[in-house]
Design a protein around this ligand. Sequence first.
Ligand SMILES: [Zn+2]
Length: 267
Amino acid sequence: MTKEEKAKNVTIDEKANLAMEEGESKGKCEMPNLPKPLTLEEKKFLLAVERGDCNTTRKMLQKAHRHSDYMNMNCVDPLGRGALHMAISNENLEMVEMLVVMGVETRDALLHAIDSEFVEAVEVLLEHEEVIHKDGEPYSWEKADRNTSAFTPEITPLILAAHRDNYEILKILLDRGAMLPMPHDIRCGCPDCIKTSSEDSLRHSRSRINAYRALASPSLIALSSTDPILTAFELSWELKNLANPSTSSGRSTRNSAASVWDSPRSC
Ligand SMILES: [Zn+2]
C-alpha cells in the first residue's frame, strides 16, 4: 500500500468514525439491546421455569426480591425468551400466574399467549394489565423492546387474535373494549398516513395488510357485525377492488378476499 493510499484510508476511517459519532449524538445509530449473558442463577431460574418447577422458581423469585443483586427476574435466554414466554410456550397456567403475581414484567407476554391461543393465560394477563395500566401510558406489549420482540408495532392483541381467528380470545378482547382496526382509504392524505408512508412505506403497507387480514377473520365478523353475511360480502368487494395483481400486497389482499368469501359459510 502506497503512502497516498494509506493516507486515503485513514481519511476514510476518520470520516466513518466522525459519521458514527455524529449519528450516535443524533440518536440515529442506535444499537439494538441484545440479551445480556446469563449468570449462573439466571440460568437455573430459566431452567426451573422451563421444567415447570414452581417451588424452585418461587424460592428464587422471593430471594431476588430480598436481594436486588441476586439475579434479574426479567432476564432472557439467547433466543430472547423470558420466564413468562417459556411458561406460555409450555402452557403452564400455574407458572404464568405465579410469575405475574411475583412481579415478573409481562412485556409482550399477552401477544405470545394469543399467538399460542392459550386462552386462560390471556385472561390472567388481561386482568393483570387492568391493574397495572395507567391512563395515557402505553400498554405492556407496546413497551416491549422492538429490536428483540417477535411482533411488529402494528400487531395489537385484537389484530393477532383475528389473524388466529380465535373466537374465544376475540370475544374476551371485544368485551373488554378492544377496538376494530379500520384502515384509512388507500389514497388518504391525512397527516398520519403521509407521515407513516413517507417514513417507511413498506411498514405502512404491511400495517394495512395486517389490518385487512384481521378484518377478514370470520370470527371477528360474526362477533362484531349485526349482519355478518352482508359485512363479509361488502368486505370481500372492498378487498377485490384494492387488490392489484402486480404487487405482493395485492396478492395478500386477494388471499384475504378469498378467506372472506368462505366466512358466510362459517358464520
Ligand atoms: Zn389517513
